[in-house]
Every structure is written in C-alpha cells, then in structure tokens.
Design a protein around this ligand. Structure first.
Ligand code: A3P
Length: 271
C-alpha cells in the first residue's frame, strides 16, 4: 500500500467547474473556516473560498450560476463549499435535495453556549455594543432566555437537524467536533477524510500548534512554512456572567440531549 501522505495525486477527466458533492452547512462559529481551510490543503479537494449563499439567498439565479461559482476541479476531486447559514434556513434541505440526493454534509458543532458567545464577539467587533448578558436574557432575575435572539436560536441544533433529516439520511452527515478540531486536528481530519473516502493525507504531522494564536495552524510544506487562520478566527471573548452562562446551559440541556440522541454522539457540552 502507498503511504497516503506520499500517494501522488493523478488528475483524471476534464478540468472544469462542477457542482459541490460536499457542503459544510454549519454551524456558524463552530470552526467552519478552519475545516474548509484544512480541506483545501488536500489534493483530492477543491473549495470555494467565499460563502456562496446559493440556497438561502441566490436560489433564483439557477444551478448554472451556482456551478459557475465553484472552483475548477478534476473528475477525481471533490468540490466543497461552505455556507453556515444553510443549517438554520428552513427551505435549504429541500432545495439541496432537488439538486442532488447524494450530497454529503459536514457540520462543525460546538457547545451552543460557547457558540453564542463567539457569535456575539463577532458582532461586537462589527460595531454592536449591547453586552452579551443583555441580549441573551429577557429577565436575568428569572433566568428567562431570549429565544428570539438569533445567536440563541442557531444553538437549537436538534430543531434544525430535524428539518434536514426529513430529506437526507443520517449517514450523509458527519458531525465534526469543533473542540477536537482545535485540540486534535489530525484526528478530527482523519474522520473527515474517511467519511469523504479520500486519502488520509492530513495527519497529526500536518498541524503545528501556534502558542501565540492559541490554535493549530497548517504546515504547508516540508520546509516548515505554517499557515494560520486570519485575525477574525480565534477572537478574545469578554467574560460572561457565570449566572447567565448557567441559565443558558440549563436552557440548552434538553435540546443538546435530543441532538446527542439523534446523532448517536455524546458531545458532553454540559461538563
Ligand atoms: P472564536 O473566534 O470565537 O474563537 P467559524 O469559522 O465557523 O466562524 O468559527 C470560528 C471559530 O473557529 C473560532 O471561534 C475558533 O474558536 C474556531 N477555530 C477552530 N479551529 C481554529 C483554528 N485552527 N484557528 C482559528 N480558529 C479556529
């Protein structure tokens, strides 16, 4: 057997733009950019760097527009796009099903409380000023959570996944642990590559933990050149009132449990 790392990629077929076979559908702030960037380094994968938003914003432009928004690829490569809003947009599963019933889905999941805080950190950086606690709680004394805030609603993973499972079987989804993608990127990418039936080219050795950034970065070549994600990935978060955190954990508990049951994976977010 060839050592996958050294197995040379031999292009086959035409070099042209193709519709995606794999879509990273979410979850926003789960680590979707990291996953896409890591996959981009794989010779059997080509990716659309930009979020295309075809199924949630530009569907009326038609499939040919979508195909043209994809990168060039060979027949034996997988085209991957990522648009995290797909996961939470009700009409998307049906529209993807209309395009192809064989699409594989990658979903990067993260503790919904951490996810909401990360989402809010992003809006702070974009100029919003309301503190997290004020946005998340209707009445802090009563521990009542504002479910209408989108940063909260996105975290109801079981509710969203239920809609997808009406169209696609569970085995077409891979649930990537956002936490493990940071702690053990080689291991997590191993699962991703197996799921996509591509060689295990990305391994533990492909990553270097960058102490300054606090995240793993990709070793791009033998000479030790390393590429990290940009400044907007891995932002510092303001401390959140522990009582609000506890309220949110309690609020999400039943949804998380349902999500564990649906996926057959216990992500242990409560711990
Ligand atoms: P924070 O910025 O809150 O730390 P997305 O790309 O889906 O928006 O997710 C952003 C999150 O990806 C970041 O959230 C960070 O925690 C996580 N992440 C995972 N792997 C990363 C990596 N290698 N470099 C930077 N961020 C990474």
């Amino acid at each position: 057997d060839l050592v996958p790392e050294r197995a040379a990629f031999k292009p086959q077929g035409k070099w042209k733009r193709r519709l995606p076979k794999v879509i990273i559908i979410g979850i926003k702030k789960g680590g979707t950019r990291a996953l896409l960037n890591f996959l981009k380094a794989h010779p059997q994968v080509t990716v659309s760097g930009k979020e295309v938003h075809f199924f949630d914003r530009f569907y009326e432009r038609g499939l040919e527009w979508y195909r043209r928004a994809m990168p060039y690829s060979y027949e034996n490569q997988l085209t991957v796009e990522k648009t995290p809003s797909y996961f939470v947009t009700p009409q998307v599963p049906k529209l993807i099903y209309r395009m192809s019933q064989d699409v594989k889905f990658l979903l990067v999941v993260r503790d919904p409380v951490a996810r909401a805080i990360s989402d809010h950190a992003q809006s702070l950086q974009k100029g919003k000023t309301t503190p997290f606690e004020e946005k998340a709680m209707l009445d802090p004394r009563k521990c009542s959570v504002d479910e209408s805030w989108s940063a909260i609603g996105i975290g109801l993973y079981s509710v969203h996944l239920t809609r997808w499972l009406k169209y696609f079987p569970l085995d077409q989804f891979l649930f990537v642990s956002g936490k493990n993608l940071v702690a053990n990127p080689g291991e997590e990418m191993g699962k991703v590559q197996d799921f996509l039936h591509i060689s295990r080219t990305l391994t533990e050795k492909s990553f270097v933990f960058n102490e300054t950034k606090g995240f793993p970065c990709l070793r791009t070549d033998e000479n030790g050149e390393v590429r990290c994600l940009g400044k907007t990935k891995g932002r510092p978060h303001n401390p959140v009132d522990p009582r609000v955190r506890a309220c949110l954990a309690e609020f999400y508990r039943p949804y998380n449990e349902q999500f564990y049951n649906m996926t057959g994976i216990n992500f242990h977010w409560e711990e």
